[in-house]
Ligand binder design. Structure first.
Ligand code: FAD
Length: 385
């Protein structure tokens, strides 16, 4: 049996997601970008549609969609609004480590609130001096009786100031490098928690990115995720599970730009005919479409492996994120080219898509880091036993 064609239920899901995204999210995308404002109307439409439940397990109030279905959700939202796809992805990333390693009490406390949209969450790994090399982080968590006390700051946190809880990685043994990191849940209403600054960004401008500060933030020991000192492993496992969704986001951005460009070239006339009639334009469209399809297949392949619990998923996840994000950058840039001068203006969405696409090559590990992951796994596979 071939697994290379999605079963019909996934295509049905895509069709209803497309309708929902075009009606509930697309109308607010340009304004959120222009004003750098959180697209609350889009979030409310997402919450009210019920699609918000898709990525969460049924026992915690979700619909229990698998990773392939979740990637289709991310892709269809990103096709019309990159910033909105982040409010789909980030709360799910925030609970990835909790789902895999956290206590049932933590899961019960948090996930049902995400599935109804009452709460949102963020994932706090990066620091200003520790991005690719997160083991260099300085945020400290010190045990004090029945509590931990957190001090330090996290940089580049998506959904900063919007989220109700933050999954925070902090050093519990500063001398032990990557083996001295633990993971915690920090609620936004704890004394000493603050959003220190918000970034002014090139793209994804409707999604806030900021620095979070912890000034002796006291949390109960029950907020420790899993075991002490295992945080680095949890952070990497969370990223392995999440990178295909960044790939899906990139595929969505690329597809949105390709659709807009394909439409435009059939309408725009030069030399007495639609520019779509020129072979040079058709070849460019053909390359764009082929790259998008190849990226989508890598995303579904990595997601299916994760859904099946197959070993060795880091390489597949990194490949999906790497290829899809490079594709998004290339295809959105080509789409701007096909629009000519107006592509460089805000009259059409392709310039926004091009700006939004750039960050998919940077976050959840830059594409240099993805190549390192792929290279190391390849070498591990040929290493003598
Ligand atoms: C919009 C946005 C949202 C983000 N959201 C979050 C979030 O929610 N949570 C979170 O924790 N983080 C988040 N990040 C942070 C993001 O994951 C980091 O920016 C990223 O991992 C890179 O780290 P850095 O910026 O410190 O770059 P650096 O690590 O300083 O890298 C600088 C350059 O050096 C290259 N480089 C570094 N090491 C190597 C190497 N060994 N080999 C080859 N090249 C190398 C990099 O690829 C890059 O080109 C976000 C970032 C952005 C821009």
């Amino acid at each position: 049996m071939s697994n290379f064609v999605l079963p019909p239920e996934y295509e049905e899901l895509r069709a209803s997601l497309r309708r929902f995204a075009e009606e509930g999210i697309a109308p607010h995308a340009a304004e959120a970008d222009e004003r750098s404002e959180y697209p609350w109307k889009s979030f409310e439409a997402y919450r009210d549609s019920g699609f918000i439940r898709l990525p969460y397990p049924e026992e915690y109030g979700g619909d229990g969609g698998d990773l392939v279905a979740y990637c289709i959700l991310v892709e269809e939202v990103a096709r019309v609004c990159g910033a909105s796809s982040l409010f789909v992805m980030i709360p799910r990333l925030a609970i990835e480590a909790i789902l895999m390693f956290g206590s049932d009490e933590l899961k019960q406390r948090i996930i049902p609130k995400l599935a109804t949209g009452e709460w949102q969450g963020s994932y706090c790994l990066s620091e200003s001096h520790a991005g690719s090399d997160v083991a260099w982080m300085r945020t400290r968590a010190v045990r004090d009786g029945a509590d931990y006390v957190l001090t330090g700051s996290k940089a580049w946190i998506t959904n900063a100031g919007i989220s109700d809880f933050y999954t925070v990685f902090a050093k519990t043994d500063p001398e032990a490098g990557a083996r001295g990191i633990s993971a915690f849940v920090v609620e936004a209403d704890r004394p000493g928690f603050s959003v220190a600054k918000l970034e002014s960004k090139m793209g994804m401008r409707g999604s806030p990115t900021g620095e979070i500060r912890f000034d002796e933030v006291r949390i109960p020991a029950e907020n420790l995720i899993g075991e002490e000192h295992r945080g680095f492993q949890y952070a990497m496992a969370a990223l392995d599970g999440s990178r295909p969704t960044v790939g899906a986001q990139a595929v969505g951005l690329a597809q949105g730009a390709l659709d807009a460009a394909t439409r435009y070239v059939t309408e725009r006339q030069q030399f007495g005919q639609p520019v779509a009639e020129f072979q040079g334009v058709q070849f460019l469209l053909a390359d764009m479409a082929t790259r998008v399809e190849a990226a989508r297949l890598l995303v579904y392949s990595a997601s299916s492996r994760l859904d099946a619990g197959m070993p060795g998923t880091s390489k597949a996840s990194a490949m999906a994120k790497l290829f899809a994000s490079d594709t998004a950058m290339q295809v959105t840039t080509d789409a701007v080219q096909l629009f000519g001068g107006v592509g460089y203006t805000k009259e059409f969405p392709v310039e926004r898509m091009m700006r939004d696409a750039k960050v998919t090559q940077i976050y959840e590990g830059t594409n240099q880091i993805q190549r390192m992951v792929i290279g190391r796994r390849l070498l591990d596979e040929v290493a003598p036993a």
